[in-house]
Design a protein around this ligand. Sequence first.
Ligand code: E4P
Length: 219
Amino acid sequence: MKIFLDSANLKAIKEWKETGLIDGVTTNPTHLSKEGKDPSAQVKAIAKLLPKGSISVEVTEKKPDAVYKQAMAIAKLARNIVVKIPCHKDYYHVIAQLVKDGVKLNITLVFSLVQALMMAKLGVHYISPFVGRLDDIDVEGVDLLYTIRHMLDEYGFETQLLAASIRGVEHFHAAIMAGSDVITVPIAILEKASQHVLTDQGIAKFDKDWKKLGVRKFP
Ligand code: E4P
């Protein structure tokens, strides 16, 4: 299972890269806007930080022709870019064309099993169901991960399931159990998920006991 960072923050990406755990980054217009920098330069810097990672960058144009052109331009920003396109009917033909052109796509804002099936049929690389935003409208977001996993396996699609809109450690847990190929995690949740009070207490207790032995050098 791959772990992506759901962020456009260079400092955090650099910090987490050092752990050896990070396989990529997903940005979106909100993340890039928060950084307040030139988005092309920011994306290039992120792509350079993780040259073997997958870096998702979303289109911001609205008209299909403009989305196609922008997607092609975004794909050229770096070799490891994956272009994010919203799962909207207006863009189905654009998505089909980009797949034919060999552009790696991450279809974002996926909220139903049928949307996911249609995108898998078009041959996209990733589909991103938004777990947290479904929870926000009182629909069990995690269920969608299980049903999409089943559909992809049942029909033999190669499209990867990317769990997105992760709001807590319980979503992380569920994404693992549902067999997601990838999860994209906000920094705060990754920090939280990497801590356990019993691990901290255990380290402190072993340290206290060890010091009782009074050994200066080991081994
Ligand atoms: C990532 O690809 C998505 O843009 C992101 O996970 C959305 O998260 P949010 O619903 O918390 O904004």
